[in-house]
Design a protein around this ligand. Structure first.
Ligand code: NAP
Length: 292
């Protein structure tokens, strides 16, 4: 069994990007600039946004963090999005989800200029991904595909089962892995909460991706001998042994599943860092697509 070390791979990608920034700087060219809007004080969202800003700093990208209180009106937020659309110094930006209930997330997503939508959530980018038109692929599925690519995992002709059909992970990943690309050319099954015989379906997977959000959902009896297992789950669970009182738990029962796998991604240190690295790649792409 080998570990799909997302942390290490993300570090390699960041190093590559750092070199590129250095070169651009020496040529007097523009440096990518990512902005992030964070609303409220949710612990998870703060952590995610901070790690994105930190990654920008490590690479040498410019970053701008815009924070609002939970009570910010939809109008104020939409006006900020419109201002960022117009701001020529910003190449791409994200609005960290979830947003408070009084704000319509889809309205916010639809207001973002697709050319700056580095999260890839705008319908134009979703369509572009579907039709192989250059655009932005959501960072988590893009990061998973990149992880498989960098570990040279054979995907062509393989049975791939993706558990979870969210718009940001499971559904786009199932589409990407089914494409006529490398990695890709998988025979993909997308499993969700209404699926029957999940255990049997998973057992047939050469590549099994768990994006459910239920700690320990994937057990050893659901995994084929020699399978590649990618664990997307990151649920905060209480842990009194940790100073902060919690730890991140994956969707896979790592200890019992790992011995059956050819490759497995851990939590933390697997998909999470690859997601951040992919967002950085998208930001660079946003700048390059503008011909800068
Ligand atoms: P989500 O929107 O909550 O979707 C969960 C999916 O799991 C849904 O499609 C749901 O089915 C399915 N599901 C729920 N219970 C199930 C069951 N008993 N059997 C089969 N399928 C079931 O989640 P998400 O946003 O994709 O996130 C999934 C996990 O990944 C979470 O832990 C999240 O924190 C983590 N995540 C990590 C990263 C990262 O960078 N590491 C990024 C994004 C998300 P229905 O559609 O039928 O409801």
């Amino acid at each position: 069994m080998k570990i799909l070390n997302g942390k290490e791979t993300a570090e390699t990608i960041k190093k590559e990007l750092r070199e590129l920034v250095k070169q651009r700087k020496s040529e007097g060219r523009k440096i990518p600039h990512l902005a992030a809007i964070l609303v409220g004080n949710d612990g998870g969202s703060i952590t995610y946004v901070n790690s994105k800003v930190k990654a920008c700093e490590e690479i040498g990208f410019e970053s701008t963090l815009i924070r609002y209180d939970d009570s910010v009106s939809e109008e104020v937020l939409l006006n900020k999005v419109k201002a960022l659309n117009e701001d020529k110094s910003i190449d791409g930006f994200i609005v960290q989800l979830p947003l408070p209930e009084h704000i319509d997330e889809m309205k916010v997503t639809l207001t973002i200029d697709p050319k700056k939508d580095v999260d890839g959530f705008h319908p134009i980018n979703v369509g572009n991904m579907m039709l192989n038109i250059p655009g932005f692929v959501p960072a988590t599925p893009a990061g998973i595909v990149e992880l498989l690519r960098r570990y040279d995992i054979e995907t062509s002709g393989k049975n791939c089962v993706v558990v979870g059909r969210s718009n940001i992970v499971g559904t786009p990943l199932s589409l990407l892995l089914g494409k006529n690309t490398n990695p890709g050319n998988c025979t993909v099954t997308l499993v969700h909460s209404r699926s029957e015989n999940i255990k049997d379906i998973c057992k047939n997977a050469d590549i099994l991706v768990a994006a459910v959000g239920i700690p320990g959902f994937i057990t050893a009896d659901m995994v084929k001998e020699g399978a590649v297992v990618v664990d997307v789950g990151t649920t905060r669970v209480d842990d009194a042994t940790r100073e902060r009182g919690w730890r991140l738990a994956g969707d896979v029962k790592f200890d019992e599943v790992a011995p059956k796998c050819s490759y497995i991604s851990p939590v933390p240190g697997g998909v999470g860092p690859m997601t951040i690295a992919s967002l950085m790649i998208n930001t660079l792409k946003a700048m390059e697509l503008k011909g800068k």
